[in-house]
Design a protein around this ligand. Structure first.
Ligand SMILES: Cc1cc2nc3c(=O)[nH]c(=O)nc-3n(C[C@H](O)[C@H](O)[C@H](O)COP(=O)(O)OP(=O)(O)OC[C@H]3O[C@@H](n4cnc5c(N)ncnc54)[C@H](O)[C@@H]3O)c2cc1C
Ligand SMILES: *[C@@H]1O[C@H](CO)[C@@H](O)[C@H](O)[C@H]1NC(C)=O
Ligand SMILES: *[C@@H]1O[C@H](CO)[C@@H](O)[C@H](O)[C@H]1NC(C)=O
Length: 488
């Protein structure tokens, strides 16, 4: 009997191996079934890694100085407050792609978490190491490697800043449009998939990166593609990395698309009695398909702050204000200004001023540039700032801003509002069509104590809810402990 059973079992097993098993019905691996990440932040492990890093980049390029750890954990302008434990154990400064690869191999083998750091201007704790480990700061990798004038592209290292890059490019009449915070650098701009005031006309970072060299978590070096602009081959790995905040790999080299520097540019500033009138003006300009380069809206409180901070050379009307940037041929710019001036008047503008020289342009735009800093400047010592972003369709903007301002007042909080007409719709400069735009509203709220922090959180939650009800999107985390945003 036993023999028969054994034989039957053995035979069934044999048959089982003959017929193929059913395929797993799931085509993806649910997170719940994936293995949990395990890090090793033991002091002895990190100290041993220190010696490994020193062997690669030298003692002078690894820092455990308290000040460095602090500045690589947070910034005054970030809305995320890191805890004392959320700082890197050390900061490593690689000098090349190979250095980064060697560093990542060590971190991989030792299970050490890694966070990349470029300009450190991101606003929501993007570079705060919430899981301990190390920070890889790219500041030594700040070279423009090669400019291909004829192909209109440039190969750069991650710590090249967009401002400096444009200074260099201007010598050859070339231009790289994405313009996020002053001090931001290519590595971080790729990390956040940034936008900027020029996004209205030129699109966001996603449109301006041709290829990337990336070091993956295990140290593997990949290049996403070659230089040609037109290629339909394969997966778009480049875009996958843009906006991934360093979670998929560290960018060590980028080939960027360039365009020609606009022959002429100008700036106009225009104030209104109400936010509604200002929004109406934007709708008219967009509706007519005027190819303005940028439109920014600042509320009366923001204008007041700029005056109080006194960092610009003039005194501004403390009313809802639109800032326009124009670019094109000399004739084109003149024409755009005159049309916009006319449309502004129809919408009820109370003042319209435009720049005739480069100096006047810089002066007029300075108020927009100083917006965040001026709100911080009127803060009392110890105050914290909280920024938050939501985007709504243009027509819903007045309601969103008015209700949010009322809400701020009711909650006894002080804040200013900057809106960004930056839909990220990309237009080649030769083909500009009218299109519905979204407008991003970013309140900057001042907090003087921890209680207010909770109130601010509630306020931001309500704003997010309001925006969603107005068919908007939340491009920033409303919740204080949730990093990960898109600042379009
Ligand atoms: C006054 C002000 C105005 C701003 N205006 C805008 C705006 O209009 N639009 C906008 O989009 N943003 C704006 N920002 C936010 C900020 O400037 C952008 O998010 C910018 O892209 C961040 O670049 P960074 O070099 O400072 O990056 P960091 O802060 O250093 O890093 C940002 C993220 O990228 C990752 N990272 C850094 N380097 C690398 C790398 N080499 N490889 C992979 N990942 C990396 C980091 O880990 C982090 O997650 C503003 C900020 C300020 C202070
Ligand atoms: C450390 O960085 C400095 C500055 O970039 C560089 O000159 C030096 O060679 C680096 N040290 C090593 C060992 O690579
Ligand atoms: C506009 O173009 C004209 C002619 O090319 C030039 O003289 C002038 O300096 C330009 N102005 C600006 C603000 O770029």
């Amino acid at each position: 009997m036993a023999l028969v059973v054994l034989f039957a079992a053995g035979f069934s097993y044999y048959l089982g191996t003959k017929s193929p098993r059913d395929l797993d019905p799931a085509s993806t691996l649910p997170l719940a079934l994936s293995r949990e990440l395990k890090h090793n932040n033991d002091k002895s492990n990190l100290e041993a890694a220190w010696s490994d890093f020193v062997a690669i980049v030298g003692k002078e390029n690894v820092s455990t100085v308290e000040d460095d750890l602090h500045t690589h954990a947070n910034s005054d302008w970030s809305s995320y407050r890191n805890q004392e434990s959320q700082k890197p154990f050390m900061v490593v400064y690689p000098g090349s792609t190979e250095d980064v690869s060697e560093i990542m191999k060590i971190c991989h083998a030792r299970r050490i978490p890694v966070v990349g750091y470029s300009g450190g201007t991101s606003l929501e704790g993007h570079f705060t190491p919430t899981r301990g480990g190390i920070c890889v700061d790219f500041r030594r990798m700040d070279k423009i490697i090669q400019l291909h004038k004829d192909d209109m592209d440039v190969v750069v290292q991650p710590a090249v800043g967009w401002e400096l890059l444009n200074e260099e490019l201007a010598k050859d009449n070339l231009f790289f449009p994405p313009d996020p915070g002053p001090g931001a650098q290519i590595g971080g701009m790729i990390g956040t998939g940034c936008s900027g005031t020029n996004a209205y006309r030129y699109g966001t970072m996603r449109e301006w990166v041709l290829s990337l060299t990336v070091v993956l978590a295990d140290g593997t070096i990949v290049k996403t593609r070659q230089r040609p602009r037109k290629s339909s081959a394969g997966y778009d790995l480049t875009k996958l990395f843009i906006g991934s905040e360093g979670t998929l790999g560290l960018v060590t080299e980028a080939t960027l698309k360039l365009t020609t520097k606009p022959a002429n540019t100008s700036v106009a500033v225009c104030s209104f009695g109400t936010i509604r009138q200002a929004a109406d003006c934007v709708s008219r300009v967009v509706g007519r398909g005027i190819p303005v380069a940028a439109v920014e809206i600042l509320d009366d409180e923001q204008m007041k702050c700029i005056n109080e901070a006194g960092t610009t050379s003039r005194t501004w009307t403390e009313a809802p204000t639109l800032f326009f940037k124009f670019s094109g041929t000399e004739h084109g710019v003149k024409e755009q200004i005159s049309i916009v001036k006319d449309l502004a008047k129809k919408a009820g503008s109370v003042g319209f001023e435009f720049a005739k020289t480069q100096e006047e342009q810089d002066e007029l735009w300075s108020a927009r540039k100083e917006a965040l800093w001026s709100t911080m400047a009127v803060a009392k010592p110890g105050d914290k700032v909280w920024t938050g972003d939501v985007a709504v369709p243009m027509s819903r903007l007045p309601q969103l801003i008015e209700e949010t301002k009322d809400d701020m007042k009711r909650s006894g909080m002080y804040g200013t509002i900057v809106g960004h007409v930056g839909d990220g719709n990309f237009h080649s400069t030769s083909e500009i069509v009218p299109h519905p735009v979204d407008i991003l509203t970013r309140p900057v709220i001042l907090l003087s104590n921890e209680n207010q922090r909770h109130d601010a959180e509630e306020l931001v939650h309500r704003m997010v809810k309001r925006a969603v009800e107005l068919e908007g999107t939340v491009t920033v985390s409303s919740y204080i402990y949730a990093p990960g945003i898109d600042l379009d």
